[in-house]
Design a protein around this ligand. Sequence first.
Ligand code: 5AD
Ligand code: SF4
Length: 474
Amino acid sequence: MQPKYLYINTIGCQMNVYDSEKIAVVLQPLGYELTRNVDTADLIIVNTCSIRAKAEQKAFSFLGRMAKLKRKRPKVIIGMGGCVAQQEGRKIMERMPFVDLVFGTHVIGRLPEMVTRIEQKKCHLVDVKMYPGIDEFDFTDTAGAYGGVCRFVTIMQGCDNYCTYCVVPYVRGRETSRKPEFILSEIRELIDGGVREVTLLGQNVNSYGQKEGLCSFPGLLEKVNALEGLERMRFTTSHPKDLSEDLMLAFRDLDKLCRHIHLPVQSGANTVLKRMNRKYTREVYLGKIEKLRQVCPDIAITSDFIAGFPGETETEFSETLDLIKTVEYDSLFAFVYSDRPNAPAVHFGDKISETEKKARLQVLLDLQEQLTLKKNRSMVGSIQAVLVEGLSRKQPGHSESDIQSIIQWSGRTEGNKIVNFDWADDRETAAPEIEAGHLVDVRIKRALSHSLWGELVRTKTATADLKGGKYYAA
Ligand code: 5AD
Ligand code: SF4
């Protein structure tokens, strides 16, 4: 079979990264090989995100560029998948007639059949049906195809929470969990292919398996923890209302579970949380953070915030800033509120102006930048277990000539902080052999606002044996 080339542009969250891997896997039997060069691709797919207006615009501007390419090479097949495709369906082809294929979030398994029909009949196809359950795929080859040390594994899809600003329940459908045996065998394959860290993905992992009567989420973590060859596991995202004590205890008891939790709060004001339909109060949230820190004192905590939700007053916004100061997050993601199709908040009054939303976002980010730097500085001198992901890019503070002689690696701490490190140059022994996938100990020498800089202490981590000892003074 003559090779054909598939180019995938993935926009949005980790779940889309995972779905793009699925797309490549299901199209392999048709002879499609992945390419990074859009100009030589036979099939171009944009896997879209609709969480905020900006992500949606990104998808359409990419397709706009593809229109030119299609004029030059009319045989190329252009497809759009993911959340915007689910949301807009057939309208996409009315707006952009050069698009050959529109497929939603539940039909990746049907792609081979659809692409074959387009190849043979030169037709246009749309499929945005939502099916119950989750298609299972044979992932045997993905580890090899994608490589890497850290990979995502979707354990559930959809969401039943209906936060008033959010499009996810409308574009990803009802919450559905995958069976543990499929998840475990997929992770097994990944480990055999060299993967050392997995991040389990779901919109609200805390409710994993509840509807289907499968094992609990902490139960699933226990099973993954037992897989030989895996060094680390993470998960995202946790809804604060469902964060159970059992899950908190998992941070204490499961040696492979990285001591980091992403716990999106969105706002620090009870009135806003109510309008968002978040189903918890500031006090309940802070209570959970306190308990988490009792169980696991050095846990890294990150969050998501929305600035300028409809009707957000200055006082409500200042409660958010106050919450950020109280929790002292390791880092956070923050976004200006944007209206999304079908989300109830579209109809809420008292919309905040774009200028004001952006100004609030900036205040919030500036505050967090100081806090992150403070946290990062507090780690200087400590020894961190770092999972090596590869060689790092050039570091500030080293001249070009230094760079030639210094081997630098890059990896992440348990708290998910990026660490670039080298082998101390005052040592007489040669730099040790380090490869992606090794878990090593690094002494932190310098804190930057978005990363840490350190030097290798030993090639086998000692910190891994210290329960709760994510880092200690050297
Ligand atoms: N506007 C701005 N941010 C949003 N998010 C979700 N929906 C919106 C919206 N309409 C943010 C939330 C969520 C993160 C994934 O995206 O903070 O946690
Ligand atoms: Fe959206 Fe809320 Fe579900 Fe998260 S929990 S995906 S914010 S509806």
